[in-house]
Design a protein around this ligand. Structure first.
Ligand code: B16
Ligand code: MG
Length: 216
């Protein structure tokens, strides 16, 4: 019996992945190299410092820890410039309707994101109040694929992992859900998210019953 859902933020509720990409690319360019959108896929669901380490590796750059913190801070400032203007209109198609359906069916929902900017983004798009809890990168100590972020969400809602569906756009996030015994719905392409119980291209036209059938 499914009693709750946990949503990832970037790439599931809003497309902030494009803003992360612009900001990381600016950082790479300032350091004298570039990386592709395909490589960017590998950064989804990965923490800020984890992402920086990967990017520096792609550019063949070694850096002292204090410099890394400086560059990560710069990237975050650039990223924050992009989220400043965000509003309700950036909620991805179908998400609002899907949340309404959950509400009508008394299914609780929480946020499970790696981002330390999640609370700010949720405020901007006006969704904070209706989520039971917002678990984000400021509250967790272990990154995806560790299930900690989703376990904390389930605990706050008073449900077991087996009673909860996680929606994720990152392969690492799907893995985190599976590692914690949650049902996983991948949001994106089956090539990268095939491990999930079900893969959807997005929420447009999607009903909760379709998800319940799809995860069986
Ligand atoms: P920040 P999610 C993740 O959010 C993003 O997918 C990932 O690209 C980003 O590096 C990470 O948050 C950390 O974000 O720098 O804002 O703390 O997909 O788990 O909602
Ligand atoms: Mg994501």
């Amino acid at each position: 019996m499914i009693k709750a859902c946990i949503f990832d933020l970037d790439g599931v509720i809003v497309d902030t992945a494009k803003y992360h990409f612009i900001a990381w690319r600016k950082l790479a360019n300032e350091l004298g190299f570039d990386f592709t959108e395909k490589e960017n896929e590998k950064l989804k669901g990965v923490s800020r410092m984890g992402s920086l380490n990967l990017i520096l590796e792609w550019g063949g750059i070694k850096m002292e820890e204090d410099k890394k913190v400086e560059w990560a801070t710069k990237k975050n400032e650039w990223y924050k410039e992009h989220i400043l203007d965000m509003g309700e209109e950036e909620i991805l198609p179908g998400v609002r309707q899907f949340l309404n359906e959950l509400k009508a069916k008394n299914i609780q929902y929480a946020l499970g994101s790696a981002s330390k900017n999640a609370a700010a983004v949720m405020n901007k798009i006006g969704l904070t109040e209706e989520f039971v809890t917002i678990i984000d990168g400021t509250k967790t100590t272990k990154g995806k694929p560790d299930p900690q972020v989703f376990q904390m969400g389930a605990e706050a809602m008073g449900v077991q992992a087996e009673e909860c569906i996680v929606f994720e756009d990152a392969a690492k996030g799907v893995q985190a859900a599976l590692n914690g015994n949650f049902y996983a719905v991948g949001v994106g392409s089956p090539e990268s998210l095939g491990a999930a119980h079900m893969v959807i291209s997005g929420f447009e036209g999607l009903t909760f019953d379709q998800v319940l059938q799809g995860i069986q």
